[in-house]
Structures are given as C-alpha cells and as structure tokens.
Write a protein that binds this ligand. Structure first.
Ligand SMILES: Nc1ncnc2c1ncn2[C@@H]1O[C@H](COP(=O)(O)OP(=O)(O)OP(=O)(O)O)[C@@H](O)[C@H]1O
Ligand SMILES: [Mg+2]
Length: 267
C-alpha cells in the first residue's frame, strides 16, 4: 500500500485558548474521496485550513505528501500549496473577471506559461466542467450551479493531486447539486485526485464518497465507508444519516438557557 497523501497524528488545534480539534488522527489515501461532515462549528473548515497550513496546530504532526508541515519553511509551504486545489466555502468567483480569466488566474499567478498555452489549458478545464462555451461571460451571468462548476475548474487549473472543496453544494437547487456532485466525483476519479469534500449533504456524501468522517465535540466520532455508516447503530451516526433533530448533537450551542438570558430563571 502506498503512503497516505495526508496524515494527521495526534493533532490539537484551538483558536486562542478555545480548543476546536483534539487529538485528531486520520489519513487520506491517494485517489480517495473523503467526505468530512459534522455540525456547524465542528471544525470541518479548520481541518482544510490546517492542511493548507493557513493555521498551525498546537500539537501533533500533519504530513502532506510525506512532508511534515511543521518542518517546512515559507518556500516549502508555497511549493506544497501548488499541489492543493481549493474551492473555498462560498466558492466565490472574482466578479470583475470573466469566466476565462477566473480559471486563468492560478495559472498566471503560479506559472510563466505563454498565453497560447494558458488559453488551451483554461479551455480544457472549462470543457471538463462542460462550460467552455461560456468562457467570455461574467460571473453575474451564470447560474449558481454553473458558477460552482467554474470554481471547480479554477481549483483544478494547476492539476493539483489534492483537491479540497468546502461546501461546494451549499445553496444549490437539487438538480444543480446532483450535477456538481457527480462532476466532482467523475473528475476526482478521472484525474486520480485525492479529494476532501466538506458537505452537509448526507445523500450525496453516501453516494460519492469512498469514506465519510463525522466530526463532533472536537473529535472524530466516526470514520468509515458509506456502507458501514448506513449500517452503524451508533446514535451519533444515526442522527446524521437519518437527519433527525433528536440525538446526541444538540441543536442549541452550549451555554446558558434562553430563560437565564431573558432573566426568567431568577427566584
Ligand atoms: N478565525 C477564527 N477565530 C476564532 N474562532 C474561529 C475562527 N474561525 C473559526 N472559529 C471557530 O472555530 C470553530 C470551528 O470552525 P470551523 O469554521 O472549522 O467550523 P465548520 O465545521 O466549518 O462550521 P460550518 O459548517 O458552519 O462551516 C467554530 O466554533 C468557530 O466559531
Ligand atoms: Mg465551514
């Protein structure tokens, strides 16, 4: 078996003194599509930020392509980040650039390729997401689903072996959602990408992920194949799979009850 492309060993992370992730250990295999799920604020985006070394862990080790992030200097990190495509939460395109220029952006930033070659590469990426015909449009002239596909083309512009997508389906209607999900899955497979997909969409995760990680209370509550998740009797897993409000995941953020805040609990 080959070395995992990403590996966390006993990672602790907090913002200031507030712990967010505790003793996190997991790995992502080459070519795997791992879905990361968990309630709002459970630390999904933080994991992607740790992998990109946009924030640094307080304890433990994170290896990407067998390189320990904590051992890399600024140049080393910059070089490593070229191997990661990122579709950020909200997935915004540059509104003042055409579709073509949005996808060309990382190529212009990171390479000195001649204009002809940039043009060919951009059109090929847009073709891969089915949108080469709209290259000259502005983002405001696209549907939500199309914009997300352009953002995906931009994320893979540099042919990164690692693709990180933070809620790429958020706000899409069910049909566009299905289109973007299948596209993501097909591209990952065709290009042999190792993909981390943060999503709230249980159905799509179960359909396209190789494995699913469920985060809660700063820890990995479950990690396994869609089939093992479906069969799980763990109440935490069941609550997610069944989408029920009742269960171990509280709807309300921890803290004083509303009554206390409204001053109704006195006396
Ligand atoms: N820059 C920051 N400074 C302080 N706290 C932060 C910062 N960014 C995030 N947090 C906190 O860290 C926790 C984890 O945040 P994160 O963005 O990783 O959650 P998430 O799982 O992606 O949530 P969501 O599903 O809402 O996107 C949250 O409690 C959040 O409030
Ligand atoms: Mg997030």
């Amino acid at each position: 078996m080959t070395d995992p492309i990403i590996r966390f060993d006993g990672v602790d992370f907090g913002y200031g003194s507030r712990p967010i992730l505790q003793d996190l250990s997991f790995s992502v295999q080459q070519g795997e599509l791992l879905a990361i799920m968990g309630g709002s604020g459970s630390g999904k985006t933080t994991i992607l930020r740790l992998i990109g070394a946009l924030v640094r862990q307080q304890r433990g080790s994170i290896r990407v392509r067998s390189q320990a992030l904590e051992g890399l200097d600024a140049d080393g990190l910059r070089a490593l980040r070229r191997h990661m495509g990122m579709l950020f939460q909200g997935g915004a395109l540059f509104t003042d650039l055409t579709v073509f220029e949005n996808v060309a952006f990382p190529l212009r930033e990171h390479t000195r390729l001649p204009e002809r070659m940039i043009r060919d590469l951009v059109l090929m990426k847009l073709h891969a997401v089915g949108l080469h015909a709209v290259a000259e449009r502005m983002p405001s002239e696209l549907s939500g689903g199309m914009a997300r596909r352009v953002a995906l083309a931009r994320a893979i512009a540099l042919d990164p072996p690692i693709l990180m997508c933070d809620e790429p389906f958020a706000g899409l209607d069910p049909i566009s959602l299905g289109t973007v999900a299948r596209l993501l899955s097909q591209l990952s497979k065709a290009l042999g990408l190792s993909t981390l997909l943060v999503t709230h969409d249980v159905e799509e995760s179960l359909a396209i992920a190789d494995r699913i990680m469920l985060l809660g209370q700063g820890r990995i509550m479950a990690l396994g194949t869609p089939a093992s998740m479906r069969q799980s009797e763990d109440p935490f897993v069941r609550q997610f799979i069944d989408g029920s409000e009742k269960g171990p995941v509280p709807f309300h953020a921890p803290g004083p009850g509303l009554g206390a805040l409204l001053g109704l609990d006195r006396g």
